[in-house]
Design a binder for this molecule. Sequence first.
Ligand code: RET
Length: 283
Amino acid sequence: MIETAAFDLLVQGGVPLGTTQTEAYQAVQADQLLNASFWVNIALAGLSILLFVFMGRSVEDPRAQLIFVATLMVPLVSISSYVGLTSGLTISFLEMPAGHALAGEEVLTMWGRYLTWALSTPMILLALGLLAGSNVTKLFTAIAADIGMCVTGLAAALTTSSYLLRWVWYAISCAFFAVVLYVLLVEWAEDAEVAGTAEIFDTLKLLTVVLWLGYPVVWALGAEGFAVIDVAVTSWAYSGMDIVAKYLFAFLLLRWVVENERTVASMASGLGAATRSASGTDD
Ligand code: RET
């Protein structure tokens, strides 16, 4: 039976340490299920970019435009992220430490995902914060914690020295995530009431919270965590959640902004709206 070298490498798990980019690329090519999980997102991101540019063509209010630009960045980052993955540039085979279910084996790690989330998820939060009428403090808090979550998630995936320390990084990432959830669920939910955007904000908040909670679950179940599900299924789980968390989310948000540009325009400018003053009276 004739098999490609890349297929051999994958099946036998015999990929040597320090795999080259070409070997990573060949391994992706050899796994159609995995490769499809990348290309579906490349196609959808491309279509989303075209659609969102078209939808935003006559938006004039600066705040609405900023929401558009932030949201448009999401598929732009995404298309770059998935091209990085499918080309083998941002994936590596890493040897798992003792204690891991696949200890001693080379596991395909899609670390580019965590890296690019550090760019795309702040854009999602910027758009949501603007919609809720957040002040700068809350916006900064949510975005800084979110970047912390992604970078420490990246550290968890890349740590090969100690199994325990992988989970320590994971726990730190979850702590950052808790801050993001607090701002979304408590602070911005209140702000959106004041700003008059509660209806759409609540829908998007629910979509965001439910889907985002899925990411740490998939990490824990996937090859990087307890290795209950294999690499291609893990990748599809992320890709599937990405489709809803990014493209559907962005579409719902932008459609609402186009239809309600005047509501967005009438929100107080300077990102200072919707705060309770120290004296307890509303601004
Ligand atoms: C990780 C693992 C460590 C613990 C936590 C995680 C959370 C990730 C999240 C990712 C959301 C990504 C989105 C991407 C869209 O472009 C890093 C998986 C808490 C919430 C929405």
